[in-house]
Write a protein that binds this ligand. Structure first.
Ligand code: SF4
Ligand code: SF4
Length: 436
């Protein structure tokens, strides 16, 4: 794609990066066919190509974001399906991340939208605040139907409906500690315990620690670790995202220097995509660029890590059929497609792959709160495809997808690592009914 940025504009490294990406796009439109919002809404401006044109126009003309571009960029899930499809290697993720930051800096959203985004940014990344908010949601739940009738308040209704009725107690695994290997030691990893996941489903990290330590891997939960920053990053709050990244880079660098790390293990693929991008996000910060690149290189999804070590024979063959849902951040963001399925098969599960596996379930961080109507359509489509597999349960590697999918089906939805822990000697996942 031809671009006409001035030399002065290109002096800004963010604009220069955007230009490099834009020039790779050859307008072929292959990406439109696999874009969930284009498939759902049928509007070219809600396709990757359409958004690329809008972003190019905004940046080239050096103008602030307007309502049109905000509407179409907000509708983008950042699912990155377009990046998997694109034959020209257009790095849509970095382009849309930059566009979101530009929107945040130059566009004043309506009051309620601003207020809801501020609450999300101030609550979700902090486990104590998030736990309190979930408990308070019980008081607001009776008003969800009322809120749903007012367009601007739909996100509030979505939040209330999605909040679980029972909030699990905080897990000891979320606290800084070193969990020693219970078999001959063969590795040492840091575990990102995360923010929302550690509140919504602490059993995921508990299963991870049990499984890894049983396999001879020492697991460290470092002091000072926090939210990966993905939630605010996707809202265009660049400074907050970079601050979160620096905090984690510091925590993990201390741990690398103290005892060495073979990997930084992540159990939520949405976080994994962002941490693997820390090197890029902090490239312009001389104090952090090198350390961030080292952290990104060490970041591994738990299934990626497990697939690379020798595993003994599983101690149990559950023989259940599992519909494996590959989160977008897993398959498109990190290109991890084979490992989770291979591990589940090795563990004795009959793995079934739902049709249209490339399409997002509508979760996408805070998307199902901020764009509840599109998210609901995508969830129905996803759930129909999952249920059509006839599998007994659903496994996936991202808490956002777990929450989204379980809101639309009676099937049990568990994290992949909970099934792996079970097969390799751990307890049966709590989320599985005894009838299975
Ligand atoms: S990231 Fe997903 S929703 Fe956004 S343009 Fe690409 S395919 Fe479409
Ligand atoms: S597939 Fe790639 S090159 Fe083709 S229009 Fe989409 S982003 Fe551009």
């Amino acid at each position: 794609m031809q671009t006409t940025f001035s030399l002065a504009q290109l002096a800004d490294p963010h604009v220069a990066e955007a230009e490099k990406i834009l020039r790779k796009c050859v307008h072929c439109g292959f990406c439109t066919a696999t874009c969930p919002t284009y498939v759902t809404l049928g509007n070219e401006l809600d396709s990757p190509r359409g958004r690329i044109y809008l972003i190019k126009d905004m940046l080239e003309n050096g103008r602030p974001a307007d309502e049109e571009i905000v509407t179409h960029v907000d509708r983008c899930l950042s699912c990155l399906s377009c990046m998997t499809t694109c034959p020209s290697g257009v790095h849509y993720m970095h382009l849309v991340d930059h566009a979101r930051a530009h929107i945040e800096q130059t566009y004043r959203r309506p009051f309620i939208d601003r207020a809801i985004r501020a609450v999300l940014a101030q609550v979700l990344p902090y486990p104590a605040r998030f736990r309190t908010a979930l408990r308070l949601a019980a008081l607001g739940r009776p008003f969800a139907g009322l809120f749903r009738r007012v367009k601007a308040l739909k996100p509030l209704a979505a939040m209330l409906v999605m909040a679980p009725r029972a909030v699990p107690a905080a897990s000891a695994v979320s606290k800084p500690a070193t969990h020693g290997a219970s078999a001959p030691k063969r590795g040492r990893v840091a575990l990102l315990t995360g923010c929302a996941q550690s509140v919504l489903d602490p059993a995921i990290n508990e299963a991870t620690v049990r499984l890894l330590t049983r396999l001879g891997v020492e697991v460290v939960v470092p002091e000072g670790e926090g939210c990966c920053g993905a939630l605010v990053h996707h809202m265009g709050r660049e400074e907050a995202a970079l601050a979160a990244a620096r905090t984690n880079v510091d925590a993990w660098t201390r741990e690398i220097e103290r005892g060495g790390l073979d990997a930084i293990v992540i159990t939520a693929s949405g976080c994994g995509t962002t941490i693997k991008d820390y090197g890029f996000m902090l490239r312009l910060d001389p104090a952090y660029a090198g350390k961030a690149a080292r952290v990104s290189a060490l970041a591994k999804d738990v299934t990626e890590y497990l697939a690379a070590i020798d595993l003994p024979e599983p101690s149990l063959a559950p023989g259940l059929s599992v519909a494996y849902h590959s989160a977008c951040s897993m398959q498109h963001g990190q290109k991890i497609t084979r490992q989770p399925k291979d591990l589940l098969k090795r563990a004795g599960f009959d793995v079934r792959e739902p049709k249209e596996g490339h399409l997002c379930c509508g979760s996408a961080g805070t998307y199902n709160i901020l764009q509840p109507d599109i998210a609901a359509k995508l969830r129905s489509r996803k759930v129909s495809n999952i249920e059509a597999t006839g599998a007994a349960l659903v496994a996936t590697g991202n808490i956002g997808c777990m929450t989204q999918i379980s809101g639309g089906t009676a099937m049990s939805v568990v994290h992949t690592v909970e099934l792996l822990d079970w097969a390799w000697g751990g307890p049966r996942p709590e989320g599985l009914p005894a009838t299975l």
